[in-house]
Design a protein around this ligand. Sequence first.
Ligand code: 6PG
Length: 472
Amino acid sequence: MMNKPNWGLIGLGVMGTSLSRNFAQNGVSLALFNRRLEGKEEKIAEKHCNKYPELKAALPFEDLSLFVNALQSPRKIVLMLTAGAATDSVIDQLTPLLEKGDIIIEGGNSHFEDTQKRADKLEAAGIHFLGMGVSGGEEGALTGPSLMLGGAEKAYPLVAKELEMIAAKNEKGAPCCAYLGSGGAGHFIKMVHNGIEYAEMQLLAEVYEFVISDQNQDINTLQNMLGEWLKTSSKSYLLEITHVLLGFSENQHPFIKLIRDEASNKGTGAWATATGAKLGTANSLMAAALHSRFTSSNKGIREQNAKTFPKQQRHQEVSLEGLKKTYDLCRLINHHQGFEMIREAAQLYGWNINLSTIALLWSEGCIIKSNLMFSLIDHFKSKSSIFEMEPFIDQINTDIVAWEELLEKGIKLRIPLNCISAAWQYFMSITQKQSSANLIQAQRDYFGAHGFLRTDSNDKTVQHGPWARKKN
Ligand code: 6PG
């Protein structure tokens, strides 16, 4: 009798299809399930098995209990579904069909707090639950994604071999796949990945804005410039695709100008921004990138306001070298904020996360892979923060003047530089020995008796100002 497959995959949308093909190409025998929706989704799994030669040997199903029975124990079932209610509904249908020791690996873009709840609920039922962040889009899922796992620690060794097989390998041959901690750790890390991704994308949009707003420059100049940047340590996947995108044209006009200037989002950037606020870590670049998308989508209001508040732009000669230095520094600040957010969360949730491992996971397969990320694998082995890493300290101290000049020009050009300026403000604040927060504390104490610590004493009990006596 034919051996039963012990890997199953549910959900054959774009990501599920690519991931199932990746498993099959790596020799993993599979059962595939896709729901049946009369007239809309019929025999999807079967059609996939016929369409893709590598899935020829996979077993297709539309009946969940037949699918579960076809799998060898302990079952390893990957869910690739829309995050939220759809995922919960399938987990609820699946759970009564499973046996103790079976493993669910949920690979959607789920909120880490949902993953935490699912892990707790399923663990109580004896089912191991792993939340898996998957990055790399459709192509990454097919050829090698970055996989960020969290949840049932004892289940990870049972699935590690196959997951590492399908994951991306970085230039040192290391698989971009790891177990990161209990509950929602994997999806937390994927969420931070997306927050960094938003800011990396926005920084490139601001570079675009700068070059295009200078009347002497055109898309070609920008494309050539990015082509040069790709030959340096600034190289990244997002820079690479931006360079490619700018090369497209239609009727001899740059295609990029045919796209409406309204950015969408699917929510993970908002989760990352809100989570930073909950954790109390400054993640102002991801927030700025998110808010830039929000304002961009108010096209009608922007057009109206543009008439009410006409801008008299003063032409500025932009130094392309200065622009590159600024871009590089802002990327350092963006990565710094993202990694700090992870460090903070690891302490709060008790995850034993090594930042070098995170850099490794993000060094191939994912959207934010870059030369910088690859270099961080080694840097994080001896230092716990980007602000402690010698080459970056030197870079910031040397290139900060270019950053300052660029911001001045941006103000005169009257263009929004949300991420570049958020990075500047953050850097100014985080490197300031004496801040103005003493005034905030005085105000809080005045209207709410919230108290403060004194500069002339080590006493940790809160004090009140002389205004308290006056008010009585
Ligand atoms: C990835 C991406 C991927 C995607 C998100 C964010 O790592 O493969 O982050 O998850 O880009 O869907 O999309 P939005 O820009 O629509 O929020």
